[in-house]
Design a protein around this ligand. Structure first.
Ligand code: FES
Length: 165
């Protein structure tokens, strides 16, 4: 058997870096690819559109009753589903959400009418005509001084509960 001498390695400068073995190069390339994928994933998640759902307003809100509000007159704060009354006995609020299926009732001379299925309620909330199973609930009112009140649409109180001012 004939043996051939190995070809002479070209001489390399000591300043020249060692050539990287292919296995090491592929390992490093895999790590960099995984890191780039994670980075782009996080960037994409950060750029996702935000939910297009508006937060519902708090059920507690302040209201300043107009000075011109006469005794027994209904005052409906803008964007709210309560009606506020100021009478000599005090201030109270009644929900305007129909107890049948949740439509907003309209204030009338005699009380409240539901435009959806015709329920009628008298001025203090009890139902006069169905299909609403219950009267309109009274909601909590707190006096903040002056003509300012804190109303909590989420807390019902016994009918007839009013804040003496
Ligand atoms: S929702 Fe008011 S009567 Fe049906």
């Amino acid at each position: 058997m004939t043996t051939y001498p190995k070809p002479a390695q070209p001489s390399r400068s000591r300043l020249e870096p060692e050539p990287m073995p292919r296995r090491d190069f592929l390992g490093l390339a895999a790590w960099w690819t995984a890191a780039a994928a994670l980075l782009f994933g996080f960037l994409g998640a950060a750029r996702l559109p935000k939910a297009a759902v508006l937060p519902s307003p708090s059920k507690r809100f302040r209201v300043r009753l107009p000075a011109s509000l006469g005794s027994g007159q209904a005052y409906i704060p803008a964007g709210r589903s309560v009606v506020v009354f100021k009478e000599t006995a005090g201030v109270y609020a009644i929900s305007t959400v129909c107890t049948h299926l949740g439509c907003i009732v309209k204030a009338t001379e005699k009380g409240f009418d539901c435009p959806c299925h015709g329920s009628k309620f008298n001025k203090d909330g009890p139902g006069v005509r169905g299909p609403a199973p219950k009267g309109l609930p009274w909601v909590e009112v707190k006096d903040l001084g002056g003509d300012n009140f804190l109303i909590d649409e989420g807390k019902t109180v016994a009918a007839g509960t009013s804040v003496v001012v």
